[in-house]
Design a protein around this ligand. Structure first.
Ligand code: NAP
Length: 278
């Protein structure tokens, strides 16, 4: 059996082993996927351990997505642009880094039936996930991507990733409402609404969205955030963070195993496994 794992701190809660082992089982591929908690500051030790123990690769979550970059032998151009990797393959003792959150979000939207090309999106947040989504939307042909973040400078930096399409907007209520007026897709990329985190002070921007706009939350715990509940009540089509989790995982497994996967086949396998595991 070849070894794969997810690293992070904290990481015990990660759903990656469920997701990957379900796909590997369904495909009959000889890999096992585990969890390796790595304390901040111990990344180099883990990399030596992974090479010595012949790991085929690993996924990385907080706080290693950016910290890994200097240790990689090759970085995929998209991951390099973002400055973050979530997937690392180990081949002949060399480390190859990718970011599957970025194409994963576009793949998730596509599979849910949202056509990104030519559309305008408003992203709330400018952290790691929001930046990956912004770049993913640009790559998929979005006409305009507006980014609003509590810390304005981070929204400006995120918008600079793709200045022809992205623009930073202010976080105040009035600016959010004006930006929402033309948005065909609203994405919550902040941690607001996540179990144990804070909540939006106002949802006024939802009322400003066009009637047929989609509302997407990157959060999947809880499965329906207050934002999605209110958006659905206003008649908007909603999507939580699960499709992103699923599609970034499918793309990561393609890198690990060098095997093209059919998302149509893999999505039900993963959803069943997640449903069966508390
Ligand atoms: P991050 O890099 O730490 O970014 C956090 C974001 O939330 C920043 O934009 C931050 O704004 C904002 N924020 C936090 N508290 C806030 C508050 N009280 N008011 C306004 N804004 C606030 O985290 P991340 O990795 O991007 O994750 C963001 C969310 O995406 C999390 O909920 C995470 O669970 C979710 N996520 C989902 C998936 C998936 O597979 N579905 C993958 C990755 C992440 P500032 O810059 O001003 O601090």
């Amino acid at each position: 059996m070849k070894k794969l794992c997810v690293i992070g701190w904290p990481v015990r809660h990660s759903k990656s082993p469920i997701l990957h082992n379900a796909m590997l089982g369904a495909l009959g591929l000889p890999y096992e996927y585990g969890i390796v908690p790595v304390e901040p500051g111990h990344l180099e030790e883990f990399l030596a351990f992974a090479k010595e123990n012949h790991y085929a690769g690993f996924n990385a979550t907080m706080p290693f997505k950016e910290a890994l970059l200097p240790f990689l032998d090759e970085i995929d151009p998209l991951a390099k642009k973002l400055g973050a990797v979530n997937t690392v393959c180990i081949k002949n003792d060399k480390l190859y880094g990718y970011n599957t959150d970025c194409p994963g979000y576009a793949a998730a939207l596509r599979q849910e039936g949202f056509q990104i090309a030519g559309k305008t999106a408003l992203i709330l947040g400018a952290g790691g996930a929001a930046k990956a989504v912004a770049l993913g939307l640009c790559q998929a042909g979005a006409k305009r991507v507006l980014l609003a973040n509590r810390t304005a400078e981070k929204a400006r930096q995120a918008a600079a990733l793709c200045p022809e399409v992205c623009q930073a907007v202010s976080w105040d209520r009035q600016s959010l409402c004006s930006a929402a007026e033309n948005a065909e897709l609203l994405v919550n990329g902040t941690s607001l609404g996540m179990a144990g985190q804070g909540e939006f002070e106002s949802f006024e921007f939802l009322a400003a969205l066009p009637e047929n706009a989609w509302v997407s939350d990157l959060i999947y715990h809880p499965a329906q955030t207050e934002l999605l509940r209110r958006a659905a009540a206003l008649g908007h089509r909603t999507m939580n963070g699960l499709p992103l989790l699923v599609h970034q995982g499918i793309l990561a497994l393609e890198h690990f195993t060098d095997t093209p996967l059919d998302p149509g086949e893999m999505v039900p396998v993963i959803l069943n496994a997640l449903e069966e595991t508390p």
